[in-house]
Design a protein around this ligand. Sequence first.
Ligand SMILES: Cc1cc2nc3c(=O)[nH]c(=O)nc-3n(C[C@H](O)[C@H](O)[C@H](O)COP(=O)(O)O)c2cc1C
Length: 388
Amino acid sequence: MIESLLFSPFQLRAVTFPNRIVIAPMQMYKSAPDGLATDWHFQHLAKYAIGGAGTVMTEGLIVDPIGRNTYGDLGIWSDQHVAPLRRITDFLHQQGVVAAAQLHHAGPKSSRQRPWEGLGPLGEAEAAKGEPPWQPVSSTDSSSVAGWHRPRAMSVAEIEALVAAYGASARRAVAAGFDAIDIHAAHGYLIHSFLSPVANQRNDQYGGDLQGRMRIALEIAASVRANLPDGTPLFFRLSCVDWRKDLDNRTDGWTIEDSFVLARELGARGVDLIDCSSGGIRAENSMMDYKKTRTKLKRGHQVPYAEAIRREAGIPTMAVGVILDGPQAEAILQAKQADLIAIGREALTDPHWGLHAAQALGVDPDWNKWPPSYGWWLQLRDAIGIEA
Ligand SMILES: Cc1cc2nc3c(=O)[nH]c(=O)nc-3n(C[C@H](O)[C@H](O)[C@H](O)COP(=O)(O)O)c2cc1C
């Protein structure tokens, strides 16, 4: 049997990731008022720490309240946010798991209803419940969807303040005990709204050509890096392509070639790994719209981006998106398509995803990777056997 890469360690800076499995960032929309983590977040993240993942990443932690996607988002914009997050990282560390935090600003997709409340822009009904809408900020003062809140273009002074806010948030994340940081620059949120030519219509130094559109991403990466200890790895989540075609079937959006350029520039600024997602530049206005615009999911559909960026930019990558089981994840690593594997929705259905992957790969035939409080009994039940 070939040695499992999924269950081999991976080193970035001073951090040894015990295996290659990362729980993907997943917003819960369940914060206490003002973005404070609650028992819900504790149990959500703690259960993955006993489920075989080497790294557990938080949902996007909001760096400035104007960048909240919904009133349920977790925050990292004030020192108050640190203590409840520390409770979570302490538990992850007790389980020998790497604690990663994602830093986030929803930009044009801010001031939104929670998904199960409609996913549309906040309005009068929410205002009556104490959750009034606010005007989002973006690269440009135009909305991609009719009926959406029209965002306001950020001034240069606001951009400079935001770059500093990312740095301050990184410092708080370190104080909260996180071992690795991921910057969310994907899915049509603020940083993506600057990167993509579909969204960014600015004509100052933060718009125009690729260099101008990348400027805010590079400044944010440098600001976060400057506020992290040297030993702390920094990830950067990109929408590697915009999935857009113009009438001649050429893309009018962000391309994989743009991602190669950005990944190299990020690497030069101390980013250690590109977290490879895609799409999202067009905001869905409702759940119906969401369902209508999506095609059927394909297993591992974003893996080719992780492979191409790893090869062309010479930087480690993380693959994410419809990676369903251990053998699929192992094959991605064996084919050198990525260095880490992020698991999202499949972990929602199976918090023990990593432990089951180890069994499927023959790495843990005797339940030894399970916490003994569970594994001892399961091993004994196997030894006794169950009548057919
Ligand atoms: C409930 C939920 C919340 C999510 N929240 C975030 C988030 O906060 N930040 C982010 O970058 N992606 C977020 N995503 C996207 C996931 O990180 C992941 O990229 C996506 O679900 C695809 O992986 P999967 O097929 O394994 O679920 C979220 C996904 C889900 C299902």
